[in-house]
Design a protein around this ligand. Sequence first.
Ligand code: VAH
Length: 312
Amino acid sequence: KILFTGCGGQIGSELTLAFRKIYGNDNVIASDLSTKVCPDLLNSGPFVQLDVLDTRLLAETIDKYEIDGIVHLAAILSAVGEKNPQLAWNVNINGTVNVFEVARAKKIKQVLVPSSIAAFGPDTPRVMTPQSTILHPTTMYGVTKVALELLGDYYNLKYDMDIRGLRYPGVISHKTQPGGGTTDYAVAIYFDAVKKGAYECFLREDTMLPMIYMPDCLKATIELFQADKSRLQNATGYNLAAFSVTPKEMVESIQKVIPDFKISYAPDYRQEIADSWPDSIDDKEARAEWDWKPDYDLDAMTLDIIKEIRLK
Ligand code: VAH
């Protein structure tokens, strides 16, 4: 049985359902700090209101549902984290330490915990950033991601656990709004293009960032979760990306479908965060060790996401 934390978030709300399709509804326990998660999550299987800082309830939940795998998605993202760095440290670090410790105590081997391209910083090589490289992030969110990669490696080495993670790029989806990241513009731009015909972007038009469409994000996560452990050399922080894009290129892709879509730019504090991240990612280790390959490029995503938003 697999416990999900942070099931109400952008990735959690879709990944939990994807795991329920594979492992069965009652074998995937969804949890979140808030009860305001999408209805089909609440209606399709067990749900627990759980704060990952509440170690007692975390342990009780694991005993009650006989959990033997954890997908730990509860986290404070980059933009919110820069507004409240101490909260980001507390939730991202202490929440994950609780998950690792309770998993160790209860002999839960497999834990999936996301890292991010935010683990990279201004002195990381920006183009085709390699798997092994300089990790000096300048956001608290990024600091927590580097710490958690190292902590996961330590628990794997010291306690023979099976902690795995992906350095997610910006994730673009249409089902659940993202929760306070710097790449959130890449979701809002599609909703506003369909609903308003215009969007004001909080990043400069030439800000190149690595991105992935949600179906590819789900595929990669499931592939890593199911991968043969003996093949994994980079367990806790696999580089992953599908394509790199600037807001300008995104606008051009949207205008192929919505010709009179209007864009304006008003960079805010998130520009500095985005400028500290790479332009593009080399994910050759993911491709070699667990056969990763993306299905969606920018235009394929644009066609699909606009079709889906128009259906809402
Ligand atoms: C964020 N969407 O913006 C997340 C992600 C690489 C970006 O970590 O914080």
